[in-house]
Design a protein around this ligand. Structure first.
Ligand code: NAD
Length: 484
């Protein structure tokens, strides 16, 4: 399936709501459009998902059979790697190298979770309870069963369309769930191809149901639906809270991977060349549209000027442009709305006294490009210091010692990620324990592996993705008792 065929296919999808344009953020031109599927389509999909779950066409298969089909999905993703990269780059403006690097990772989600399909087991317990007669005991055998949640809603954002889709669909399938899959309205295209391959690989009809529409319509209908037993959501903290409120009707379970305002601590004993490059990439790559981007950099005072200068050097060197342009290191923001939002933070910061070291303006060209922006003299009361910007904008702040660095780093409602750059291994591990974040990295940034759980502290999330914990999110635990 080529880019052109998904552009055509989405136009043909039935719907009852508004027509939603899909805009190329590099040219600002519409590349296709589709009709919001509407709440009725969500009802129908829940019915199909429930029927498939109850019939056991997927949930009832032996784990090894689910695994074989998941391996086939992985192979098909690999076969269509070039198509996926082309589609996601056209839809998000992401540089080609980046979208090409992501696709093998997506295939690996299916292989990784295929391995778990045959290893979903509970635990056995030997229990003796006190009997009625004095000094008597009753022998019991107790064990737990791990059961799939049933019908789950998978809702995710635009910043990594195919990655976000696979990160959720693979563990849901491994667990045996049936799902409603809702990509962001800005970037539904690669999910169309994935949906086709999932069915081509042998996943029965009704098990995976693609929903295309707005968040406030289709997404909200999934979150509030009494037939959905769990929602796994990746997106903003604000929408995460809406989903929690919407889930109250049937007390559905909610897994949340939300926003961040992640701190990066650079000490004077760090390998500064590595720290400067790592911290710069950690915010400017993908135009800062990553949940774990390090948007607050704290630098020990003795090396502050050198680090600010170094990060500014990388920012000014980085070429921003479209996927087909030579030598590009990052792409545009996703939309005009996001551009206005990011520029709003910058302009307000300038008015409030923040100093612009570099950037602070749009690129002088077509497309939703913002020059990588470094701000100093930033006050903790400023909105840009406290709120997630999700753009190539970083505040760099000096500190004197560990205590001050940790106090500033933890002074946030978020708790997604954090980084410590130091060559002092004791300091690195000491500070890992003090940082209030679900994912902390020493001398590296933006690292991920399928096997290692990922989730946010504070208002950055509930639950985990990836690894065994990611699978557990789609399983219920039943305890069983038998008197012997
Ligand atoms: P968003 O919250 O606006 O939208 C995310 C998804 O939710 C989209 O599919 C959208 O259609 C849907 N949605 C919107 N309103 C909804 C509603 N009322 N009910 C149900 N669904 C609704 O987020 P965004 O702006 O698209 O993405 C950026 C955000 O995602 C950032 O905050 C970023 O930090 C976060 N993010 C987090 C992670 C993580 O793993 N923690 C990863 C990537 C992105």
């Amino acid at each position: 399936m080529t880019l052109q065929s998904v552009l055509d296919e989405i136009r043909e999808r039935p719907g009852t709501g508004d027509v939603i344009p899909i805009i190329d953020p590099v040219t600002e031109e519409q590349i296709t459009e589709f009709t919001d599927c509407g709440a009725e389509a969500v009802d129908d999909a829940v019915t199909r998902a429930r029927a498939s779950f109850d019939a056991g066409v997927w949930s009832g298969l032996p784990g090894r059979e689910r695994a074989k089909i998941m391996w086939r999905i992985a192979d098909l993703i690999d076969e269509h790697a070039a198509d996926f990269a082309e589609i996601d780059s056209a839809n998000t403006g992401m540089m080609k190298l980046q979208s090409e690097m992501v696709v093998p990772t997506c295939a690996e989600f299916f292989r990784y979770y295929a391995g778990w399909c045959s290893k979903i087991n509970g635990t056995a317990y030997d229990v003796k309870t006190t009997g009625i007669a004095a000094d008597s005991y009753v022998d019991l055998h107790a064990y737990t069963l791990k059961e799939p949640y049933g019908v789950v809603g998978l809702i995710f954002p635009w910043n990594g369309p195919i990655f976000n889709a696979c990160a959720k669909i693979a563990p849901a399938l491994a667990a045996g769930c049936s799902s409603l899959v809702k990509p962001a309205e800005e970037t539904p295209l690669s999910a169309l191809l994935l949906d086709r391959l999932i069915h081509q690989a042998g996943v029965p009809e009704g098990v995976v149901n693609l929903i295309t529409g707005y968040g406030h319509t289709a997404g909200a209908a999934i979150s509030a639906h009494p037939g959905v037993e769990k929602v796994a959501f990746t997106g903003s903290t604000e929408v995460g809270k809406e989903i929690v409120r919407a889930s109250a009707g049937n007390l559905k379970k909610v897994m949340l991977e939300l926003g961040g305002k992640s701190p990066v601590l650079i000490f004077d004993d760090a390998n500064l060349d590595q720290a400067i490059f790592g911290a710069a990439m950690g915010i400017f790559v993908h135009s800062g549209q990553g949940c774990v981007c390090g948007s607050r950099i704290f630098v020990q005072r003795g090396v502050y000027d050198r680090v600010v200068e170094g990060i500014a050097g990388v920012a000014n060197f980085m070429k921003y442009g479209g996927p087909s342009e030579e030598g590009v290191m990052s792409g545009p923001l996703i939309s005009a709305k996001q551009l206005d939002r990011v520029m709003g933070f910058i302009d307000e910061g300038k008015r409030d006294g923040a100093e612009v070291v570099t950037g602070g303006h749009r690129l002088d060209r077509k497309g939703y490009f913002v020059h990588p922006t470094i701000l100093t003299n930033v006050d903790p009361g400023m909105r840009l210091y406290r709120q997630e910007i999700f753009g190539p904008v970083v505040s760099i702040i000096p500190f004197d010692d560990e205590d001050e660095a940790i106090a500033m780093a933890n002074d946030t409602d978020y708790g997604l990620a954090g980084t410590v750059w130091t060559t002092n291994i004791s300091r690195g591990h000491r500070l890992v324990k003090r940082l209030q974040a679900g994912s902390v990295q020493i001398n590296c940034q933006l690292i991920f592996d399928h096997d290692v759980p990922f989730g946010g502290y504070k208002q950055s999330g509930w639950g985990h993705e990836f690894g065994k914990e990611g699978l557990e999110g789609y399983l219920k635990t039943k305890s069983v008792w038998a008197q012997l």
